[in-house]
Design a protein around this ligand. Structure first.
Ligand code: GDP
Length: 294
């Protein structure tokens, strides 16, 4: 994960590492290299500029120039700024209500259905009863996929094969949950290959009708800048509460992880790192910054 970015950042610090005395010019060129590494990793240009400007100010303010080991101090400054960029503190999802409802949104192929299974399994392990809901009325295969996952993790799946109205399906599912003592309802909605009006209207209507305590936007981290643009489009329409970054086990360049929070102003809450049900982690900005710095 982020090998390329880590290598480039490490190279940027090399100029400062092992040097007793350094100049403002050293700092400026290191900061420039850091900015280039971030942009190469698909970090939004404006975000890369803002964060490296801050790093530069910090470096000058915290006397990197006279530090005993300027390289180490610089790594610490970058670590702090990357942590802040990704939101600072870990943010949990809100599971509240009788039943609590979690709504999932995102494009087709983003890993939404896989994540629905993972989240259900995660919540079940906390000894809460869960109902998975297949509200994708366009792809019967999506219902089957969720049923297979449900069986695998021992969670019931609600679906209505003949019903083409996702709002009704979601409402009926919540009634079903109430009658069957399910405490948490996770609704998997239909995605499209790209942002389109019909999908947006549909998810908007579902959200308004069921008032979830948590709406999550699921996005494939390998799609770089597109991930950020898609997040913006969804957020403008449904004002989601948090982001799930998927496929971080692939050769993601890091851009999505680093810019989504700054651009959309919503926290990343989970990361998905594989196809298996166990491959789910809570998102800790500081740990991610640590991983990026290698
Ligand atoms: P949906 O269309 O958004 O519901 O996406 P799916 O859940 O069907 O996932 C699309 C593909 O990505 C499937 O082949 C999944 O197995 C795969 N996938 C989902 N999450 C991850 C992940 O974190 N890592 C990897 N490597 N593959 C994933």
């Amino acid at each position: 994960m982020f090998d390329n970015l880590s290598t480039k950042l490490d190279r940027a610090f090399k100029t400062l590492k092992g040097q007793g005395s350094i100049t403002e010019i050293n700092v400026a060129s290191t900061v420039k290299e850091i900015r280039r590494a971030l942009v190469d990793a698909d970090v939004n240009y404006k975000v890369a500029k803002e964060v490296t400007d801050k790093i530069k100010d910090e470096a000058m303010g915290r006397e990197v120039l006279t530090a005993v080991s300027p390289g180490q101090l610089m790594v610490k400054i970058v670590y702090d700024e990357l942590t802040q960029l990704m939101g600072g503190e870990k943010q949990d999802i809100v599971i509240k209500g009788e039943p609590a409802v979690v709504l999932l949104s995102g494009l087709q192929g983003s890993g939404k259905t896989t994540f629905a299974g993972k989240l259900a399994s995660f919540i079940k392990k906390q000894n809460r009863t869960v109902l998975l809901v297949a509200a994708d009325v366009y792809r019967p295969a999506a219902i089957d996929q969720l049923k297979v996952l449900g069986e695998q993790i021992g969670v019931e799946v609600y679906s209505e094969v003949e019903n083409k109205n996702p709002v009704q399906i979601a409402q009926n599912a919540i009634q079903f949950a109430k009658q069957n003592n399910k405490k948490v309802v996770i609704i998997d909605t239909a995605g499209r290959l790209a942002v389109d009006e019909e999908m947006m209207r549909e998810i908007e209507q579902v959200k308004r009708a069921i008032n979830p305590s948590e709406t999550l936007f699921v996005v494939d981290s390998m799609t770089g800048q597109d991930a950020v643009n898609t997040a913006k489009s969804f957020n403008e329409r449904i004002n989601f509460d948090g982001v799930v970054l998927t496929k971080l086990d692939g050769d993601a360049r890091g851009g999505a992880a680093l810019s989504i929070r700054a651009v959309v102003e919503k926290p990343i809450k989970f990361i998905s790192t594989g196809e298996k049900m166990e491959a789910l982690d809570l998102f800790y900005p500081d740990r991610m910054a640590q991983r990026i710095l290698g």
